[in-house]
Design a protein around this ligand. Structure first.
Ligand SMILES: Nc1nc2c(c(=O)[nH]1)N[C@H]1C(S)=C(S)[C@@H](COP(=O)(O)OP(=O)(O)OC[C@H]3O[C@@H](n4cnc5c(=O)[nH]c(N)nc54)[C@H](O)[C@@H]3O)O[C@H]1N2
Ligand SMILES: Nc1nc2c(c(=O)[nH]1)N[C@H]1C(S)=C(S)[C@@H](COP(=O)(O)OP(=O)(O)OC[C@H]3O[C@@H](n4cnc5c(=O)[nH]c(N)nc54)[C@H](O)[C@@H]3O)O[C@H]1N2
Ligand code: SF4
Ligand SMILES: [Mo]
Length: 738
């Protein structure tokens, strides 16, 4: 049984997290590196270009890569520290096996592989193939994402594969497919610069996509009006023309109201609506009873602000609408997304220069990783695993019988629920830390403790992997060649700067060896990453995410190629929809009716305060990587409870007082940070920490019915001040998260 080892201290001593170290003993950065390798940052979806400095097969520093067109050398605080991982003392340097009561001990690769394959076979024999699940992640390259999808279906033969994008981009993906039949931002970032009006809804871009702000500033220099919709006055909101301080969970009411105002004032593009869309009447019908008083009451935004925003949008001739997790992490995430798209379609401002719309993809390869088949319902090229033609095409590429291909499996949180119910008995994870990042993590921990066998592939020991029976020492971004697709749809090249240290292995090699040992070796004979990419190209051909015409050579020669790129002589598609040929069955863009409905948990007398969660600039996701980098930890050492001084006053809460935050799922202590930049009825906690510091002890495990994304952005809580001040942040050990 995969129980938590008795001594967590033992694990931390051996495997970190340690936050302070120097990259290479004695290397002062003064003598010449052996090589400068052009590649990309391993963190967010901007995938900024960077050059890594290599000395004696170790990454020892970086230089800006000025020529890469998106960021032209600019990097954010995480980007300038990302090089400190390859030679980090916490690296897992060989496979490990958990020894009850002792923690983890190194074992050889043979033993780790043998044990894993035997357990997979035993569990599948006793309980069926689908009783072994797999969870993957989109920090992985396109090649690895593709291979994981194929591995789960062809070697592991399970339906139950899903990925951490389920917590991230799936509401946007589902909304975009409904509206356009394709899931990608409509334009490259350059088009932002000349948009007259820009709406940014539910994204704190200065902290989460810092290098993208450069494009917003350029638009501002050109006179653009900026509208920000966020319950907090985020850094970008401080510079906006209009900030709409929305009550969490009410975006579809706001955008529905704006649609109504556009129609009432005839700020519509009738030609576009009539010739290139369907469903306008239904979408309008869903909002026909909305009025400004209702919208003000529902969204908490002053009605004059709503009217001003609608007027700016309605009268503009060019515009861009961007959103991210703030509107998507909801049980009505898909409704929020389509209600944004509705106002874009109503004004016909898409498929033209300086007119665009899109979600800002979060993870490093959040775009490419959601296209090539490691989602529970998907096959490469963004094909549908339930569609017989799609299944047949991919089965032929893989050289298997279509009947042997598993069907649709469970989504990430549902997969954990199935483990909890005892239906799934074995688990393999790569690039996912569900114990920190899934909602209601006390429930997730209970599930992990029920597994009969759990194997994790990672380069650091994350909180979830502490429950593993075996850990396989995997590779960092800079240790394996491949491609990723940036948030603007540009496929770029990741170059290996070094080989994995010591006895760690490339992720790709680990997956391939497992496939061989499971008897599917003939389907996994890839010589190198390019060979995997070439199979991916064929597998994606004809799908909506068509990469067929993209080659490694073309990527390098052009600093990236935008998909779709259906043939070798095709230049790629930086701007979609110029031809107005949408990828829906009728070829039109679809309006979707999205009548407002409340969030799954709303405030009441007992739990009167709205809790929302998200990010800070110096930490990344579950913190596995960034909590190990001293300067990033020092910048924001521990999760704080952002609270408005007026709400704090009601409870008598003082700056840095420890406040117990309680929800129906759990409770946890956080130091209060009094800020006037948040709504008075809402508190915010960043989620990058585990254990007692984890915000996800509090969040709710309810899912959007279509996208299955959890409702991270809204639940109800109560506050219980302790009267005690939190210790000085320098004494915080939150980065250890034990
Ligand atoms: N520094 C840093 N950067 C990152 C990441 C990271 O972990 N750290 N992660 C990357 C990834 S994977 C992702 S997905 C992105 C996420 O990027 P963002 O979506 O920008 O980040 P979040 O902090 O999750 O949420 C954004 C904003 O939503 C607001 N919000 C909360 N509830 C609501 C609501 O109901 N409506 C509206 N309109 N707004 C609301 C919050 O106040 C917050 O400012 O960032 C990427 N970049
Ligand atoms: N409350 C709350 N919870 C949230 C969110 C929120 O806003 N609020 N946001 C959600 C979002 S948008 C996201 S994307 C998820 C992210 O949640 P996770 O995917 O769990 O977060 P990561 O920290 O990326 O975990 C990835 C693990 O993969 C490892 N890893 C990274 N790159 C590689 C690689 O190339 N190879 C291998 N083998 N391992 C690798 C890291 O070391 C880490 O242990 O969190 C979600 N959870
Ligand atoms: S903006 Fe994103 S990709 Fe660019 S340096 Fe920062 S974390 Fe890395
Ligand atoms: Mo994300």
């Amino acid at each position: 049984m995969a129980k938590l080892p008795t001594s967590v201290e033992n694990i931390i001593d051996k495997h970190g997290p340690h936050k302070n170290f120097t990259p290479v003993d004695g290397y002062k950065g003064t003598h010449e590196p052996d090589a400068l390798v052009k590649t990309h940052c391993c963190f967010c979806g901007m995938q900024c270009g960077i050059q890594l400095k290599v000395k004696e097969n170790k990454v020892v520093g970086f230089e800006p890569w000025m020529e890469f067109p998106f960021n032209e050398g600019r990097l954010c605080p995480k980007g300038v520290q990302r090089y400190l991982q390859n030679n980090h003392p916490d690296r897992i340097l060989s496979p490990l096996q958990r020894v009850e009561g002792k923690g983890f001990e190194p074992i050889g690769w043979d033993a780790a592989m043998d044990r894993t394959v035997n357990e997979i076979k035993r569990i599948q024999r006793d309980y069926g193939n689908d009783a072994f699940g797999m969870l993957s992640g989109v920090s992985l390259t396109n090649e690895k994402s593709y291979m994981v999808g194929k591995f789960a279906r062809v070697a592991l033969k399970t339906a139950n594969l899903d990925y951490n994008g389920r917590l991230c981009m799936v509401s946007a993906g589902a909304g975009n497919k409904k509206a356009f039949g394709l899931d990608r931002i409509s334009n490259n970032w350059s088009d932002l610069k000349h948009a007259e009006v820009i709406i940014i809804a539910g994204t704190n871009i200065s902290e989460t996509f810092p290098t993208l702000t450069h494009y917003i500033w350029q638009a501002r220099d050109n006179g653009a009006k900026l509208i920000v919709v966020d319950p907090r006055v985020t850094p970008i909101a401080r510079t906006a023309d209009l900030h709409l301080p929305i009550k969490p969970g009410t975006d579809s009411a706001l955008f529905g109201m704006i649609l109504k105002i556009l129609a009432d004032n005839d700020w519509l593009d009738h030609d576009f609506i009539d010739n290139h869309t369907s469903g306008f009447e239904e979408a309008l019908d869903a909002v026909k009873d909305y009025d400004l008083d209702w919208a003000q009451e529902t969204t908490g935004i002053n009605k004059d602000l709503i009217l001003q925003a609608a007027t700016l949008w309605g009268k503009a001739s060019t515009s861009f609408l961007l959103h991210a997790r703030g509107i998507e992490h909801h049980t009505k995430g898909v409704d929020n997304v389509v209600s944004c798209i509705n106002i874009v379609l109503a004004t016909g401002r898409i498929g033209r220069p300086y007119c665009g719309y899109g979600t800002i993809t979060g993870q490093g390869n959040g775009q490419g990783g959601r296209e090539h088949g490691h989602k529970c319902d998907q096959l490469p090229g963004n094909r549908d695993i339930t569609n017989p033609e799609h299944r047949k095409y991919i089965a032929d590429v893989w050289g298997i019988d279509e009947k042997d291909m598993p069907g649709k499996g469970l989504s990430a949180y549902e997969l954990i629920e199935a483990i909890h119910r005892g239906e799934i008995k074995g688990l393999i994870t790569i690039c996912f830390n569900p114990l920190v990042s899934l909602p209601n993590n006390n429930f997730v921990r209970e599930a992990l403790e029920k597994l009969e066998y759990y194997v994790a592939i990672d380069f650091f020991l994350n909180e979830t992997a502490r429950h593993a029976d075996v850990i396989m020492a995997g590779s960092l971004h800079e240790e394996e060649e491949g491609t990723v697709t940036t948030a603007e749809g540009r496929v770029v090249k990741i170059n290996a700067a070094v080989t994995p240290p010591d006895n760690a292995r490339r992720d790709g090699d680990i997956i391939m060896e497992l496939a061989h040992r499971l008897g599917a070796g003939d389907k996994f004979n890839f010589e190198n990453s390019e060979a995997i990419f070439n199979e991916l190209r064929v597998a994606s051909k004809g799908g909506t995410a068509d990469y067929y015409g993209i080659t490694y050579e073309k990527i390098v020669n052009n600093m990236g190629i935008f998909w779709p790129c259906p043939s070798l002589d095709h230049p790629g598609t930086p701007r979609l929809w110029e031809d107005k040929k949408f990828r829906t069955p009728d070829g039109k863009a679809h309006f979707n009716a999205a009548p407002f409905r409340p969030s799954s948990e709303v405030v009441d007398k007992e739990y009167p305060v709205v809790l929302t969660t998200g990010r800070v600039v110096s930490q990344y996701l579950s913190g596995t990587q960034t909590r190990r980098i001293g300067k990033l930890v020092d910048q924001y050492p521990e999760p704080l409870l952002e609270i408005h001084p007026k709400l704090a006053y009601q409870y008598g809460i003082k700056e840095r007082e420890l406040v117990k935050v309680i929800t129906r799922r759990g409770e946890a202590l956080f130091p209060a940070q009094l800020v006037e930049t948040i709504r008075e009825d809402t508190v915010f906690i960043p989620y990058h920490w585990g254990g007692v510091h984890s915000a996800n002890q509090l969040t709710i495990g309810t899912l959007d019915p279509v996208s299955k994304i959890p409702e991270f952005k809204v639940c109800a809580c109560k506050l219980d001040p302790t009267g005690k001040l939190a210790p000085h942040p320098s004494e915080s050990n939150a980065y250890q998260s034990n």
